[in-house]
Design a binder for this molecule. Sequence first.
Ligand SMILES: NC(=O)c1ccc[n+]([C@@H]2O[C@H](COP(=O)([O-])OP(=O)(O)OC[C@H]3O[C@@H](n4cnc5c(N)ncnc54)[C@H](OP(=O)(O)O)[C@@H]3O)[C@@H](O)[C@H]2O)c1
Length: 262
Amino acid sequence: MDLGIKGKKAIVNGGSSGMGRGAVLALAKEGVEIFVSARGEERLVRSCEEISELTNALITPIVADHSTDKGRELILSLCPEPDIFVGTCAPPSFTGDFHSVSMEAWTETLSIALQSPVQFMNEILPGMCDRKWGRVVNIATAAAKYPSAARILSGPPRAALVNYTVAVSKEVAKHNVCVNNILPGMHITDPIIEMFTNIAKENGTTMDEEIKNVCNEHKIAAGRFGDPDDVGSVVAMLCSEFSNYITGQSLIVDGGVTNSTF
Ligand SMILES: NC(=O)c1ccc[n+]([C@@H]2O[C@H](COP(=O)([O-])OP(=O)(O)OC[C@H]3O[C@@H](n4cnc5c(N)ncnc54)[C@H](OP(=O)(O)O)[C@@H]3O)[C@@H](O)[C@H]2O)c1
């Protein structure tokens, strides 16, 4: 199915790995030109080349930290008029006792997970409104909606981001600019593989056994963790021509852990 976004320009921040990479792949398959940022050059360049070869899409890697002014300036200088913006970062660290979280850790997570996407939206939304077309998708976390002490550095900044995006989405909707969030549950990405490999080592089990235990414990109805491409496809859908009447939404992608009838 053609999503109607061939030739559009996209910035994907945090796109060399995991769900950001999944988003790059899904958009590249649709013929979108993509500017992908990450801090680590080797993985970024490799990933962009792989996806470019697979899809023939034009992809520009940008080595930049999108949580800094310098990084944001570089990204926007290379793609000043994006039609699509997708923002993500590495999962913030898991936390033990809530009262032991340091001020440095709070400052870091707020600058990467909240201030950065807010700054990008401030910069790019006016141009999207002038051009009468725009899509923004923030890949955040289910912990924004379902708080847990272990995810205190991840959920609260994203709950604020969701609040901000809903408020802003109402301002820009009349210009055919849609702003949405994806709130993922557990997905198999590098940090999760590392975490479950370590747990398996400690317990003398395998990673698959540990993941199965979590699926049972957390009642993941799909019986598995998600794949980065599961999220990538949803990003592409929300960036498509057909999603022009969905805005200010935060879609949980968690294999059926959380339920509500409506
Ligand atoms: N995986 C899960 O199970 C899960 C569950 C719930 C929510 N989430 C959320 O989903 C998002 C993506 O997680 P993931 O597991 O896909 O992460 P990942 O595999 O670690 O990928 C993170 C990507 O962001 C880049 N990045 C991180 N900080 C950056 C920065 N300041 N500037 C530019 N690029 C940056 C990383 O590259 P560099 O390190 O080279 O910069 C990498 O490309 C996170 O927000 C996480 O909290 C994940």
